[in-house]
Ligand binder design. Sequence first.
Ligand SMILES: NC(=O)C1=CN([C@@H]2O[C@H](COP(=O)(O)OP(=O)(O)OC[C@H]3O[C@@H](n4cnc5c(N)ncnc54)[C@H](O)[C@@H]3O)[C@@H](O)[C@H]2O)C=CC1
Ligand SMILES: O=C(CO)COP(=O)(O)O
Length: 355
Amino acid sequence: MSDTNASRDSGAQNPPHDVAVLGGGSFGTAMTKVLGENGHRVHFWMRDQAQADEIRKTGINSRYMPGVKLEGDIEPTTDLADAVSKAEVVFVAIPSKAFRAVIREHSNDFRDGQIVVSLTKGIEEHGFKLMSEILQEEIPRCQIGVLSGPNLAAEIAARDLTATVIAAKDPDVRRTVQDLLGCEYFRVYANVDVYGVELAGALKNIYAIVAGLASALDMGENAKAMLITRGLAEMSRFAVSLGANPMTFMGLAGVGDLIVTCTSSKSRNFRIGYAVGKGQNLDDAVKELGQVAEGIYTLKLVKERSEAIGIYMPLVRGLYEILYGNASIKAVINSLMMAVQNSDVEFILPRTISQ
Ligand SMILES: NC(=O)C1=CN([C@@H]2O[C@H](COP(=O)(O)OP(=O)(O)OC[C@H]3O[C@@H](n4cnc5c(N)ncnc54)[C@H](O)[C@@H]3O)[C@@H](O)[C@H]2O)C=CC1
Ligand SMILES: O=C(CO)COP(=O)(O)O
C-alpha cells in the first residue's frame, strides 16, 4: 500500500520508522492504523493469508474492523521473521493464550536491543506470568515495554481522543514509543511501574464483566459507582501485594481503563457480563462474541492466586461462583451486600480482617 497525504497530516512530528505489529485482531489493527497515519512503515503480521491479502488489496480488515480503512505505508504479511527483521520497534497484540508460543517460536528473529512492546492485557495460565515477563524470559536481549490504558480499539480507529500509558524501565523506550504513537488524537503518558500498569490492564477485565452483569440487571447508577470503586480497591489490594505501586491505580492504566471498560458496551468483557446477566450461558456468549474476552481466563487465575496468597477479593470470588460455580446472581449479590462493613480506602484506614 502506498503512502497517502492523510498519513502525515495527523500530527506526527517525527521521522518515519519501520515498525512491526504482531496480531491481526481489533487492537493490532487499531494500532497499525495510528502508526500508519503517523507516517511509519508498518509490517503488520497476522497468521491468516486471506486476511493479509484482503488488507493489502482493500486496506480493510473486515473480520475485526469492518469499514475502517488503513491509510499509509502498511505491509500486511504472514511472515513474522521478515516483519520483525525489518522493524526497529515491535508491538505485540496477540491474545495471552497464544502469546508465549508465538514469541518462543520466533525468538531467534528478534535482535539485541530491539524494543518490543506488549499490548496484551492478560495473564498466562501456568505460573501467573504477565506478558512482559514472558518477553523477558523468551527474548531477554530485547528492551521491553508495556502499553496499557483506556483504549477501546474501535474508538482509536475512529480517531476519537484517547490517552494511553507506556510503561518501561528504560527512559529511551518510553520516549521512543511516545514519539512513534503520539498524535493529535492519541496521547501517550509514561510510567516506570511496568508490573502495576500491566497487571491493572489484565485485572480490570474482571470488573468489566461484573459491570456488564450489573447493567443487564438494571442495578442503577449508585450500584455502578460502588462496583467500579470497590473493584479498584480490590484490584489495587491484590496488585500491591504482588509488588505493584498503588499510585499506578490512580492513573490511566488503573482507574482510567477500569472506567472505560466498566461503562461501555464496546468492551468485549462488559458484553460477556451483560449476556450472562440476561441469562445467556457463558460458552454461548463467548461463541457469539467471536473475539477475545481476556477477563474470563484472568478471573480463574486471579481467584486461585488470591486464595493462595490470602488476599480478600469478594468481587472476584462472587463472579467466579456465578460464571463457573452455578451460584445465582441474586445469592452472590446478597452475600456481598451483607459482608462485614469495612474501610473505604485501606491505604488510609486498614481493613478490619474478619472474613
Ligand atoms: N480490542 C481492544 O479494544 C483492546 C485489546 N487489547 C488487548 O489486545 C489483545 C488482543 O486483543 P484483540 O486484538 O482485541 O483481539 P481480537 O479477538 O480482536 O483478535 C485476536 C487476534 O489474535 C489472533 N490470534 C489468536 N491466536 C493466535 C495465534 N496462536 N497466533 C497468531 N495470532 C493469533 C487472531 O487471529 C486475531 O487476529 C488482548 O489481550 C486484549 O486484551 C488491549 C487494548 C484494547
Ligand atoms: O482493554 C480494553 C480497553 O482499554 C478493551 O477491553 P475489552 O477487551 O473488554 O474489549
